[in-house]
Design a protein around this ligand. Structure first.
Ligand SMILES: [Zn+2]
Ligand SMILES: [Zn+2]
Length: 363
């Protein structure tokens, strides 16, 4: 089997897990919904008008309206009129919404690093403005990774230490698990090749999957332990563990004919790759969700012993990428087909990136 001996590992720190779950739930209230993430992704791609959101996301109008209203209420979008007669509004990202660039860029990079069963999905791409990579192309699509802003070293999950502030913990509401009802319309719709980052949306779009992943990062491995920590029903837990195994983020060490309660659930490299996204979310929530109780979780970068401040760097040129120099570009359905045709007939290297029929946000 796997050769993993769980007894040799330190026991999971239950206080730390609880603190991390509380912190994650605060942000999950705002973000962990597939339709919400899809709207945010297109907003970062430059979409502002209802009709464009509707066409590009393919969301039912009831779902789209509710997500736009919720994101406006939560302060990530702002409604600005663009026509007086008839009165029409556009939805623009606020500073709080723009600051989610790190999270979305890491999601896009994760999706590219770990293609799903449907093969690579490059519908969403990251563009680093002013990028000067070695091969000389300007503003080609790139991917990002997380560095520590203090010591400029790439951050790996092993290098992160976590402190729980007992003072902040004591201030937490006794039960911080109240959740908004998630619409059934946001269930994963596999098989649409034009959906950007389908796997990332499936994982981050589901708050239970995220909570299971957080527990896995803290060393929980057994079915019963996940259940105890999360306080969820057996069938939901079974479903989420199974989904995460199918998505390739966890693997189960038991034989196939064992029940789901046997064996251990271990993070795969693909699952471990998701840690940067969770850190970016925590960092964003700490900065922007002011009305909440301050997170009791303090992350440190062990090698430099400084509080962990994530810094995204461009894989092509190695420089830092903030939302000021980064863009999310999303290829649109009809245009995507044209782009593919162009690529089919154009000699390699002659496709001008600026003329591609993709959509890039300005300013
Ligand atoms: Zn670059
Ligand atoms: Zn550091």
């Amino acid at each position: 089997m796997s050769g993993v001996t769980p007894l040799a590992l330190p026991p999971p720190d239950l206080i730390a897990i609880n603190a991390a779950l509380i912190a994650v739930r605060q942000a999950a209230q705002v973000l962990c919904d597939r339709a919400t993430l899809l709207v945010l992704l297109y907003a970062h791609g430059g979409t502002t008008r209802y009709a464009d959101f509707s066409m590009q996301t393919g969301l039912a109008s009831r779902v789209l309206s509710s997500r736009l209203a919720r994101l406006t209420e939560d302060g990530l979008l702002v409604r600005i009129p663009y026509s007086r007669r008839p009165l029409r509004h556009a939805y623009h990202l606020t500073h709080m919404g723009v600051a989610l660039f790190d999270v979305l860029a890491l999601l896009v990079s994760w999706e590219q690093a770990w293609p799903g069963a449907g093969g690579p999905n490059d519908v969403a791409q990251i563009v680093h403005l002013g990028c000067k990579p070695a091969h000389g192309l300007v503003s080609a699509a790139t991917s990002v990774r997380m560095h520590c802003a203090a010591c400029k070293v790439p951050v790996s999950p092993r290098d992160i230490s976590l402190r729980v502030s007992q003072t902040e913990m004591a201030k937490m509401p006794a039960k911080s698990t109240a959740t908004r009802k998630t619409s059934q319309d946001t269930a994963v719709k596999p098989g649409d090749a034009m959906t950007p980052i389908p796997q990332a949306l499936a994982v981050l779009g589901d708050k239970w999957s995220i909570e299971v992943l957080v527990c896995a990062f803290f060393g929980l491995r057994q079915f019963g332990n996940f259940g105890k920590r999360l306080g969820i029903s057996t069938n939901i837990l079974t479903d989420r563990l199974e989904r995460l195994v199918q998505e390739g983020l966890l693997r189960r060490t038991a034989d196939d004919d064992d029940t789901h309660r046997k064996g251990l659930y271990l993070l795969t490299p693909k699952g471990r790759g998701f840690y940067a996204i969770l850190i970016a979310i925590q960092s964003w929530a700490d900065e922007w969700i002011h009305h909440r109780v301050r997170s009791p979780v303090k992350l440190r970068h062990a090698p430099c012993r400084k509080p962990l401040q994530p810094l995204l760097t461009c894989m092509a040129c190695g420089l830092g990428v903030t939302h000021a120099q980064g863009r999310i570009r999303i290829a649109m359905a009809a245009e995507k087909k044209m782009l593919t045709t162009d690529l089919d007939i154009a000699p390699h290297g002659l496709v001008d990136d600026n003329s591609s029929k993709a959509f890039t946000v300005k300013g």
